[in-house]
Design a protein around this ligand. Structure first.
Ligand code: F6R
Length: 357
């Protein structure tokens, strides 16, 4: 019988070694950080009046996480997951297009629109079509050289947006904070990695709770997009239905939906991701929301990342925990965490009616 405590049997399901990419996350960030320090942006980009980050799925989440951290940013930052760019995009916008493959049609379409409007543009990608289109518009391209699934290359995608914002003065990056965060991640990896037995391994324990359940991940503030990442990683790695909610919004609807269907409590599993940086009212809301779920007999658990020392490290550690959870859950579901046949099928079908760029 398969056991999470026998890492030697993981390759039975983890055929493309997704585990190595997950273990690698802190090193991805370190490599990208060193490369991006030397990556120049045109000096006029500092005059941007708003920032739009284009991307889909695993390529969008890095920008969304950074945007939620960028508290000191003077400029509005929008994460845009669609074809048409917002009407306000103009020569005064900085448009960051992120597509790991470089072939995602929503991102390509939006990127071309933004370029045609004269926006200041920059790209993070491995190449693909966006690489050549960027040459057409003389856009700077940060070329990622790392073979993985887009979602498994988060370190590159996250750090590229972080560093672009830093270069135009919208994010204060303290090199020591980055170093400290990476050290904390590596320490955490030793606690939730494959070699640590389930009895002491928080990630394995959460994964076991989620088997055969529909998880609903709930976060607030800097953990709102972490909740989304837990959801998307559960979908893509574990091939399992999952949803996410954010506080305070969930208190205005989700809590009312606890009565039906009548066997809801047999299926749902709520995971609260809580942060020491949560707004005090959201801390209170979490307490009251838990009471409401208890009354409805809805199963839940609350996860608090114990060793975070800054919003950045807390966000990265929470992401890290979720990535491990989704990986272990894939193994418990006996599926290959890398494979995403439905996304490939859909993209192949769309490609039968290709867009002209
Ligand atoms: C695949 C994944 C997907 C892709 C998305 C966009 O691992 O996470 O969500 O990220 O389909 O493709 P890219 O990232 O190539 O623009």
């Amino acid at each position: 019988m398969f056991s999470l405590d026998s890492p030697e049997s993981y390759r039975l399901y983890d055929k493309s070694n997704m585990l190595s990419n997950i273990l690698d996350l802190p090193d991805q960030i370190a490599t990208a950080y060193d490369q991006l320090k030397k990556f120049p942006l045109p000096s006029t980009y500092i005059n941007a009046k708003n920032i739009v980050i284009l991307g889909m799925g695993g390529s969008a989440i890095g920008g969304a996480l950074v945007a939620s951290l960028a508290k000191e940013a003077r400029l509005p930052i929008f994460v845009h997951r669609d074809y048409e760019v917002p009407r306000f995009v103009s020569r005064e916008s900085l448009v960051i297009a992120v597509s790991y493959s470089g072939n995602t049609e929503e991102t390509l379409t939006g990127f071309i629109q933004a370029a045609e409007k004269g926006a200041k543009i920059v790209v993070a990608t491995c190449g693909g079509k966006i690489g050549s289109i960027a040459t057409r518009y003389k856009a700077p391209v940060y070329k990622i050289n790392y073979g993985a699934q887009p979602r498994a290359a988060l370190g590159y995608l996250f750090t590229s947006v972080l560093m672009f914002l830093e270069k135009i003065g919208q994010f204060d990056i303290d090199q020591d904070k980055i170093r400290e965060s990476l050290l904390l991640m590596k320490g955490f990896r030793n606690k939730i990695g494959p070699q640590v037995a389930s009895s002491e391994n928080l990630a394995k324990q959460i994964a076991k709770n989620l088997v055969n359940k529909i998880p609903v991940f709930i976060g607030s503030g800097i953990l709102s997009d972490v909740a989304r990442r837990w959801k998307t990683q559960t979908n893509e790695n574990a091939k399992q239905a999952a949803f996410f909610e954010t506080l305070p919004e969930a208190d205005h609807n989700f809590i009312v939906g606890q009565e039906n269907p009548k066997d809801l409590r047999n299926k749902i599993w709520v995971v609260f991701l809580t942060s020491r940086y949560d707004h005090p009212r959201n801390i209170l809301r979490h307490k009251i929301t838990v009471e409401i779920l208890q009354k409805a007999n809805t199963p839940y658990e609350t996860v608090m990342i114990p060793i975070a020392t800054s919003p950045l490290s807390e966000q990265l550690l929470s992401i890290y925990l979720g990535d491990f959870v989704s990986f272990y859950l894939a193994l418990l579901n006996k599926v290959d965490p890398t494979e995403i046949s439905n996304i490939n099928y859909l993209k192949d079908k769309l490609a039968e009616k290709p867009l002209e760029y």
